[in-house]
Write a protein that binds this ligand. Structure first.
Ligand code: 5GP
Ligand code: MN
Ligand code: MN
Length: 337
């Protein structure tokens, strides 16, 4: 396992011909933006045989931006590739490689060798080659920076997909992960013909009406204010998903509704998924990072945006555990307001 630089990653990609692109399960805007952007870039700009595999189609509002990608992946097919490019995925357990392969057999993924390109602190994929830049706002930003090392110009399609990844991972440049370098890469992508209007429309102005109704009811019935308003959380009951036919693939911006409230330091959103609970955490204040909290409970993520999958508990126990951890982080008694 070896750490490499941006130019070295670009050189490696230039040397390989048949490239399989993977990302994390439940892909978000950055995951499919970085992966499909690379697919388009390596194909159209470089004439490579590049294929991105996605386990499930992303949210419907992105359908037009997405185009086509690989929907199945078998162990036998791995032999058809010279390189696996993994994007936006911090650990092996989260790699989306489909039911036929399964994360349990992931060491086998090293034939062909893997290049791990990511922006998560504590990325522990340990691939053959690793390019992890925690200062990068998005994996899509790193993907674009790799592409900028190539002699060819980035075309509008990959530029658009990478801008989408940067926009969604920075909350449209609102989050503290937005640095000068983020804006400079975004500026390059715009100059390459990225469709900002299309991305903004898809990401922020394409909410189905039933989703807006779902959100209203969620806030009205489930929003809980604790710890003097410094911690706000919501649990999404199964019935609410059913009532509005709501799918968490459309839920990327949901936790932002909680974060909008004045005075909150940390927010949490959680829901049941099969036998476990999926928890999303966000911090609004660098003094109270949720990343370590998530890691202490077996999850992961960034300081200001993290997540956990909890098993063997009911929803009240998840709620109590999160309240206790939030209180400890905020140095307060775990009392409900
Ligand atoms: P989200 O709340 O948007 O699902 O995830 C925020 C961040 O937390 C992601 O970038 C991801 O790195 C991390 N994360 C989310 N869910 C999990 C999880 O179940 N396990 C781990 N290890 N990390 C997660
Ligand atoms: Mn992601
Ligand atoms: Mn990301």
């Amino acid at each position: 396992s070896e750490t490499i630089s941006l130019p070295e990653a670009a050189k490696l990609l230039q040397e390989k011909e048949r490239i399989l692109i993977l990302t994390h399960e439940r892909p978000d805007g950055d995951a499919f933006g970085s992966a499909l952007g690379m697919q388009e870039f390596l194909r159209d700009c470089c004439g490579k045989r590049a294929e991105a595999y996605l386990p499930a189609p992303p949210a419907s509002r992105y359908a037009e931006l997405i185009g086509s990608c690989k929907q199945t992946l078998t162990p036998e097919e791995l032999g058809n590739y010279d390189l696996i490019l993994l994007l936006d995925c911090a650990n092996r357990e989260r790699i989306a490689c489909g039911p036929a392969i399964g994360s349990a057999s992931l060491p086998g993924l090293e034939t062909p060798p893997m290049l791990n390109v990511d922006h998560h602190v504590g990325n522990n994929v340990g691939a053959r080659w690793n390019l992890v830049i925690p200062d990068a706002a998005a994996a899509s930003q790193i993907a674009a920076e790799i592409a900028l090392e190539f002699p060819c110009r980035i075309q509008p399609r990959p530029a658009t997909l990478w801008l989408l990844g940067i926009l969604t991972d920075t909350g449209a440049f609102r989050f503290s992960n937005t640095l000068g370098r983020t804006l400079r890469v975004a500026a390059e992508l715009l100059d390459c013909g990225a469709d900002l209007e299309g991305v903004v429309n898809a990401a922020y102005y394409s909410k189905p009406l039933r989703q807006q109704r779902f959100e209203v009811e969620l806030l009205e019935t489930q929003e809980r204010v604790a710890l003097d308003g410094r911690y706000i959380y919501a649990y999404i009951p199964d019935e609410l998903f059913r009532k509005y036919d709501f799918d968490m693939r459309d839920g990327e911006g949901l936790i932002e509704l909680l974060r909008e409230v004045a005075g909150t330091k940390i927010v949490a959103l959680f829901y049941r998924k099969g036998d476990s609970f999926k928890v999303s955490l966000r911090s609004k204040d660098q003094r109270y990072p949720v990343g370590p909290l998530a890691r202490a409970l077996g999850g992961g993520g960034h300081d200001m945006a993290a997540g956990i999958t909890l098993t063997g508990m009911n929803h009240e126990e998840v709620e109590a555990l999160l309240l206790e951890k939030a209180a400890a982080l905020l140095d307060q008694d775990a009392k409900q307001d």
